[in-house]
Ligand binder design. Sequence first.
Ligand SMILES: Nc1nc2c(c(=O)[nH]1)N[C@H]1C(S)=C(S)[C@@H](COP(=O)(O)OP(=O)(O)OC[C@H]3O[C@@H](n4cnc5c(=O)[nH]c(N)nc54)[C@H](O)[C@@H]3O)O[C@H]1N2
Ligand SMILES: Nc1nc2c(c(=O)[nH]1)N[C@H]1C(S)=C(S)[C@@H](COP(=O)(O)OP(=O)(O)OC[C@H]3O[C@@H](n4cnc5c(=O)[nH]c(N)nc54)[C@H](O)[C@@H]3O)O[C@H]1N2
Ligand code: SF4
Ligand SMILES: [Mo]
Length: 699
Amino acid sequence: MIKSEKIIRSTCPYCGVGCQVDLQIKDEKIFRVDAPFGVAPNFGRLCTKGRFGVDYVHHPSRLTKPLIRKEIGTKPRKAIGMEGFREATWDEALDLAAEKFVGIVRKKGGDAIGSFCSAKATNEDNYLFQKFVRGVIGTNNIDHCARLCHAASVAGLQISLGTSAMSNSIAEMKDLDVFIVAGSNTSETHPVISTFMREAVVKNGAKLIVVDPRQIEMTQFATRWLRQKPGTDVAVFQAMAQVIIQENLYDSDFIQKRVDGFDDYAASIQESTPEWAEQISGVPAAEIRESARLYANAEKAAIYWGMGISQSVHGTDNALSLANLALLSGNLGKTGTGLNPLRGQNNVQGCSDAGGLPNVFPGYQSVTDPESRAKFEGDWGVVLNPEAGLTTMEMVDAAEKGVIRGYYVMGENPMMSEPDLRHARHVMEELDFVLVQDIFMNETAEYADIILPATSFAEKEGTFTNSDRRVQLIREAVPAPGIARNDSDIIADLAQRVEEKLGKKTTAGFEFDSASSIWDEMARLTPPFQGITHARIEQEDGVHWPCPTPDHPGTPYLFADTFPSGKGQLTPLNYRPSQELPDEEYPLLLSTGRVLYHWHGGTMTRRSKLDDIYPDPTVEVHPKDAKPLNIHAGDWIKVRSRRGEIKVKALVTKRSRPGMVFIPIHFAEAAANELTLDARDPQAKIPDYKVAAVVIEAM
Ligand SMILES: Nc1nc2c(c(=O)[nH]1)N[C@H]1C(S)=C(S)[C@@H](COP(=O)(O)OP(=O)(O)OC[C@H]3O[C@@H](n4cnc5c(=O)[nH]c(N)nc54)[C@H](O)[C@@H]3O)O[C@H]1N2
Ligand SMILES: Nc1nc2c(c(=O)[nH]1)N[C@H]1C(S)=C(S)[C@@H](COP(=O)(O)OP(=O)(O)OC[C@H]3O[C@@H](n4cnc5c(=O)[nH]c(N)nc54)[C@H](O)[C@@H]3O)O[C@H]1N2
Ligand code: SF4
Ligand SMILES: [Mo]
């Protein structure tokens, strides 16, 4: 057995569970990953990605030097591989990047730059990124993958409760009596959380209601499985609420003390009977009735949800329909209850908390609020843009119109993750300047003018904030490859160069001696972080924000006494159908999502041994749909939509409903987003990744 030279405690770089890992190091390499037993949130558990998937850190294709496009400036820019770039020094690459940004800012103003920060990078990296973009470039055009992810959950929870984070902690799953898992393939996407859910069922007798059109693994533990047609959640949850009101199962005490809008809401759903919902969703009325009773009669009942709820043209309504259920039944503000959107990326919570959004500074302080702005202007010593910036998809629209001329993309891969890639590519081709900062050459970097090599989670210090708002440390465990540098250091150097060229100087500046001192600056300006320091997290193995003072214990569950908006708000809703439904020409409904072994565009997992287990792009086809087309398991087939076409391997399985196909998003050679459509929820601006129309064909 190999003996480790050192063991470094860190946080898994994949999903929002935020598992604590012990990286075992020999010869400056991670050769094994374990999990400490006594430490939250995972208590010794890891999934296959945390345990076996971090070998991407040592992949030979890591970016090691800054790269500059050989034919910089020619348009339309084309996607090119490594051969189209030449190596450069940091000074040359950063000087040129600064010159290009300054050129655009001088000509067109700061709002001509669009920027993407990263839910893979640390809180400290993202704080500094938004400080640079807001304070030096002078725009609020900053967003990240949260827009493509839980934006609708955020919008819905803001309306109903006045806040958006997961309300209860992972540790409380042991206290569940009843819980709903809606549109979350938890055992593949938040695997360690799913083990606590299973334990709640198997050991504690909790009852689980799964709401999902696919026969995901969680259905094996469910008391009830509501298998609806994709895109019909509002009807199902409205009908559950109708039963709760009609049968007097609601918590009138809770409603009287803590909820507004009951009478209007009750009047609005009189007609939303389970029979009505059955017509729309295909879920038997009796199942809806029984599920409503099970949920409302429980002592403590929680709701967990994922992308099946959020990624929809009516995602905000979906989230609101869940919030309505929790408010009606009083399942908020105590342990084992709550409204819990399971956050996806390792640091998507933190990236939003640190101000990586177009409308807010760190800690959700509004950029349009003069008081908040004055505070940041005072501290940073600059005048800030008073207008909220553009969201991810709005930046694409603005780039198409020529309003945005340059992109700064740190640790995101929009050329895989955005809907309707053909359109997204066309927009990319016409930009004046694209700067990408990543650990690998990805599909977005192929469009860059300059690529800056960053260090990975295993090569730097900082913090990630997991799904239940727990701020945890990552630590330097191995050396950086080549001359790759930490995201924060790159941003700081670039910011100083841009400041100099623009003749602008932030007073607090960009000189930091450590990630911990960047955290301290952010915490000083962000009330819910003020009790948290790196030293404290080190001692306590993580702290849940809000934590306003050093002697505050942190907050595992929210809303004990009140909601941020005062009272919770019940919201009347109307069911609306999806934008593009199957028809004669495109007879199947396409849903896209994830599998256990891979991560998003595959940049990391396809450079890991996990790729050996799941090497090919796939599509789930129901036997009823496969048979007439003579499609067999393992056949390569074509899937076509109005936007594009891909070739994938058929998995003939009853997992997806008849009339529906499911394609994972992880394969660049068959990107699901060649097929998806750019239809968005009007409030949250999130694209619908779960309903489009396609046709399949044997090859
Ligand atoms: N292995 C792996 N894990 C991941 C990721 C990854 O790429 N790979 N990504 C992370 C990220 S960023 C995120 S956001 C999370 C996402 O985690 P999930 O939300 O669990 O991921 P998805 O695969 O998008 O699946 C959502 C579920 O919604 C169901 N669904 C589809 N349409 C509907 C509908 O109309 N209504 C309902 N109720 N359900 C529907 C699908 O069948 C699927 O089971 O995963 C995180 N974890
Ligand atoms: N069709 C369809 N599309 C989807 C979805 C879907 O369900 N269906 N889901 C959407 C969702 S929920 C999400 S969250 C998005 C995800 O979309 P993205 O965030 O664009 O996807 P990732 O592949 O996770 O991109 C992360 C990038 O960060 C890099 N990276 C890793 N660590 C570091 C680091 O420390 N520093 C830097 N600088 N870079 C680093 C990786 O190499 C990778 O290129 O996709 C969305 N797109
Ligand atoms: S559950 Fe998430 S955080 Fe935990 S090991 Fe798996 S991918 Fe990493
Ligand atoms: Mo996500």
